[in-house]
Every structure is written in C-alpha cells, then in structure tokens.
Design a protein around this ligand. Structure first.
Ligand SMILES: NC(=O)c1ccc[n+]([C@@H]2O[C@H](COP(=O)([O-])OP(=O)(O)OC[C@H]3O[C@@H](n4cnc5c(N)ncnc54)[C@H](OP(=O)(O)O)[C@@H]3O)[C@@H](O)[C@H]2O)c1
Length: 249
C-alpha cells in the first residue's frame, strides 16, 4: 500500500496510460481524481475504481484547470501527486504539412495543459511536499520524423520538467517525467488503423523497439508510480525512458 493516505490527480485519466495509472495508484491505497473531457467515459471508469472520482475538464483551458484542482481538494482534502498525462498527436506531419491550428492545439494540450495544471496544483503540492509526474515521450528525447508538433511539444515538456524540478526542489516538491516508447492504447490504434493493415502495423511498430514489442499501459503506469513513490525520494528532474530500449540505440 505505497500510496495509503495519498491523493492523486491524473489528467487524461479516463483512457490508456492515465487510466492504467489510476488503477495502480488506487490499488495501492490512493484516493484518485481522474479528469479528461469525455465525461461519460470518465464517470464509467471512475465507478469501477475504488476511491476514485471523475471531474470533467479540458487541460488547455485555464479556468477548467483551476476548477479541477479545486474539486480534488474539495472531494479529498489535499493533493500529493499530480500526473500530467493528457496528450494529443497529429501524425504524418512535417512542418510544411502541419497547420497552425494543429501546432497550437498540440502545444495547448501537451505543454500548456501541464503548465496550467502544475501552476494551480503547486501551492497544494508544496503544503504536502508532493510531486508531479509528466507523461512526455521518447520523441521528446530524440528527433522523430513526421510528427513535428508532437515531438517539439514533448521536448518542451521534458525541459519544463527539468526547470520546474530546479525551481521547486528546495520546497520539497519533486518533478519528473516518463518518456514512453510505443504503448498499446487508443492513441496508437488510431495510427495503426490509418496505416491500413493493423496487424502488420503492430509488428512494424514492435520491431522498432529493441525489446521487440510495444509496451502495455500498465508498464508505463509502473514507472509513473515509482517516480511518485517514496522509493524515488532522491529523484527529481529526470526524464525516464520507458521505451523498450529505443533511445539506447
Ligand atoms: N500511446 C503511446 O504510444 C504513447 C507513447 C508516448 C507517450 N504517450 C503519451 O501518453 C499520454 C497518454 O496517451 P495514451 O496513449 O494513453 O492516449 P489516449 O488513450 O489517446 O489518451 C489520451 C488522454 O488524454 C485526454 N485528453 C486529450 N486532450 C485533452 C484535453 N484537452 N483535456 C483533457 N484531457 C485530454 C483524453 O481524454 P478525452 O479525450 O476524454 O479528453 C485521454 O484520457 C499522452 O500524453 C501521450 O502523448 C503515449
């Protein structure tokens, strides 16, 4: 029960990696607030998790971020862990092929969302010497063709993580990131569907990873939980690859 008496807020908590993290934290004793835009899906998932609640919110909207943080405090009485997991991607886009709207939407969710949530959560995290885990990507650590806005946004999130870690270290607030390789969630299924042959696409994606497969969402959740736990008490400012070895090459 590593997270007994801990209160955890997870953006992007109604699906994929965020949902896997919510299940893991709750299974280890935490009270968990999930947030995302799809209310029906969020409420359905929260009902299945002990000690979890859902509040609707769009992380690109400052007022929503403030309300989501306040709702966590109202429901549970504090905040120990913020997981910034909400994210979007536009694939198959070089800079030339990326519209200004796609660029802005990507940065609004993947970077500004983490900024706004962290900004509103920080006073409460400081009170309880809590921590933040940002969900970046291995493409925030290395270049990756045809995802110009997404790769740039994840690199920005990695350096926001490092900078926030320095700014808040003396206050006892740790800030880290995980950098997943490919993970089997709705996000990647969309890419496989666009590719055409889903099974072939899955094999190709797996082949890119030295471990020869893609990750399950719970494998990324394990790394998020580790960074949020007391076992990581002397770790801050890291961007931890959870990528089957892809950035080792
Ligand atoms: N899957 C991968 O291969 C992979 C690899 C590396 C990194 N990641 C990162 O991992 C994170 C989770 O992705 P996933 O794979 O679990 O994808 P997913 O299943 O598509 O989940 C994305 C989550 O983000 C939420 N979201 C999107 N826009 C939002 C907004 N404006 N406000 C609030 N929530 C929003 C979605 O909920 P609503 O749509 O209901 O809002 C959903 O819960 C993302 O940051 C992604 O970039 C994924």
């Amino acid at each position: 029960m590593r997270f007994e008496n801990k209160i955890v807020l997870i953006t992007g908590g109604n699906r994929g990696i965020g949902l896997a993290a919510a299940r893991l934290f709750a299974g280890q004793g935490a009270r968990v607030m999930l947030t995302a835009r799809d209310q029906a899906k969020g409420e359905e998932e929260a009902k299945r998790i002990p000690n979890a609640k859902f509040v609707r919110g769009d992380v690109s909207n400052a007022e929503d971020c403030r309300r989501v943080v306040n709702e966590s405090l109202n429901q549970f009485g504090g905040l120990d862990v913020l997981v910034n997991c909400a994210g979007i991607i536009f694939r198959n886009r070089t800079v030339e092929q990326t519209s200004e709207e796609e660029w802005d939407a990507t940065f609004d969710v993947n970077v500004k969302g983490a900024f706004l949530m962290s900004k509103h959560a920080m006073p409460f995290l400081r009170e309880r010497k809590g921590c933040i885990v940002n969900v970046a990507s291995y493409v925030g650590l290395v270049g990756f063709a045809n995802t110009a806005a997404y790769a740039a946004s994840k690199a920005a999130l990695v350096n926001l993580t490092r900078t926030m870690a320095l700014d808040h270290a003396r206050e006892g607030v740790r800030i880290n990131a995980v950098c997943p390789g490919s993970v089997e969630t709705d996000m990647i299924h969309e890419a496989w569907k666009k590719f055409g042959d889903v099974e072939q696409a899955k094999r190709m994606w797996a082949e890119k990873h030295p471990l020869g497969r893609i990750a399950r969402a719970d494998e990324v959740a394990n790394a998020i939980a580790f960074l949020a736990s007391d076992e990581a008490s002397f770790i801050t400012g890291v961007a931890l690859p959870v990528d089957g070895g892809i950035t080792a090459a």
